[in-house]
Write a new protein. Structure first.
Length: 381
């Protein structure tokens, strides 16, 4: 008889109903899978995009893709982690396609079946509710739960150097923080002494600002509409801050950088802002895009300016990150004080998930993190 593991999970039914914490069961592990007792999970904009039907993910579903916890069991083929290991979790990938073979798993050819289909790539469920299959396997984890099935490729063991760092602090490193920092350090490869401007000072933008300081960029310009976020951006590495409500943002950037921007990074997904950012690029300047735009949105750039100045426009997913090398690198930057992302976090008990989501959407908290309380960790009666 197949052994299933009981757990509690927050189920998303869409934006007409709040998330509901209910009893679920995890399927028995496959050979390459890992079962993790979740201690904390960050809340990301992508979770809300699924709730609002902006992404092709089936509902109802257990979301959550910034999980952290303790490995409790592993499949027979797993060698990277073992029971008792402290891990952080991120997206899954196939490991075999042309992108995965060159350590570019964020562009995995099989990204959808491994992350967004609601089931395993072979169509089998990872979760059950009342004996019936429930959509899960979100980003290969579905970590809005007290237990989660993950995979050898999307769990990263926390280095011993961070043994004294709480997992609830490290939890959100696997998506938004990785995306912003990776865009700067991996994708755009920001050069020391070169200017960068970052549109949007949420989790991704703040991570980019901190990474730009690590890279030695100068100046580092933050643009946002919230003065409180701009104040924090300055503390975290921005040399200049501009309120996006001003009509003079482009003029102010040209004053700060008369030769143009070496790098422009957009986290907003607003096409008019992206097009304006393009006009501010210096020769060989790079414009990186991570903001989620509406499917019908288009961009227009002047072809002569695009070609003759050697400008580049890059779509960036997941910060071009190879999880097994980049997440430990970011954790080391945190340990050394160079990447103080804990200043973005606000903690919420698991049962207050809807309050945490509201705090994120209103801007009250930049990065909400759910704590799976001890009372919810106990096996169900």
């Amino acid at each position: 008889m197949t052994t299933r593991t009981p757990a509690r999970a927050a189920i998303c039914h869409g934006n007409t109903r709040p998330f509901a914490i209910e009893d679920v069961e995890l399927d028995a592990l496959r050979t390459d899978e890992v079962r993790v007792r979740i201690l904390a999970c960050g809340i990301c904009h992508t979770d809300m995009a699924v709730r609002d039907a902006q992404l092709p993910v089936p509902l109802p579903i257990v979301l959550g893709h910034e999980g952290a916890g303790i490995v409790e069991d592993v499949g027979t083929a797993v060698t990277a982690v073992k029971p008792g290991d402290r891990v952080v979790m991120s997206f899954n990938s196939c490991g075999q396609c042309p992108s995965c073979r060159i350590e570019a798993p964020t562009y995995c050819y099989e990204f959808y079946p491994n992350n967004w289909s609601g089931v395993r790539p072979d169509g089998s469920p990872t979760l059950y509710r009342d004996g019936a299959p429930l959509n899960g396997n979100f980003f290969g984890q579905s970590a809005f739960a007290t237990q989660a099935i993950a995979h050898e490729r999307n769990v990263v063991r926390v280095p011993e150097s961070l043994a004294d760092t709480a997992l609830e602090v490290l939890a959100p490193i696997g998506c938004g923080l990785m995306t912003g920092a990776g865009a700067v350090l991996n994708a755009m490869k920001v050069r020391e002494g070169m200017p960068i401007a970052v549109w949007g000072a949420g989790t991704v933008g703040m991570a980019a600002i901190m990474a730009a300081r690590i890279a030695g960029a100068d100046p580092i310009i933050a643009i946002d509409v919230h003065d409180s976020r701009l104040a924090l951006a300055r503390e975290l590495g921005a040399t200049h801050v501009l309120n996006g409500r001003s009509d003079d943002v482009e003029a102010e950037i040209r004053t700060i950088c008369p030769q143009g921007l070496g790098y422009a990074f957009d986290t907003t997904g607003v096409n008019t802002l992206i097009e304006r950012a393009f006009t501010l690029l210096a020769p060989m300047g790079v414009l990186g895009l991570v903001g989620a735009s509406a499917p019908e949105d288009m961009l227009a750039f002047n072809e002569a300016s695009f070609m003759s100045n050697g400008r580049r426009v890059m779509g960036i997913l997941g910060g071009d990150s190879d999880l097994q090398t980049f997440l430990p690198e970011l954790m080391e930057h945190y340990r050394e004080g160079r990447f103080p992302f804990d200043r973005l976090i606000g903690f919420f008990p698991f049962e207050r998930i809807n309050e945490a989501i509201h705090a994120s959407e209103t801007g009250e908290v930049i990065k909400p993190v759910l704590r799976m309380e001890a009372s919810l960790q106990a096996p169900l009666a």
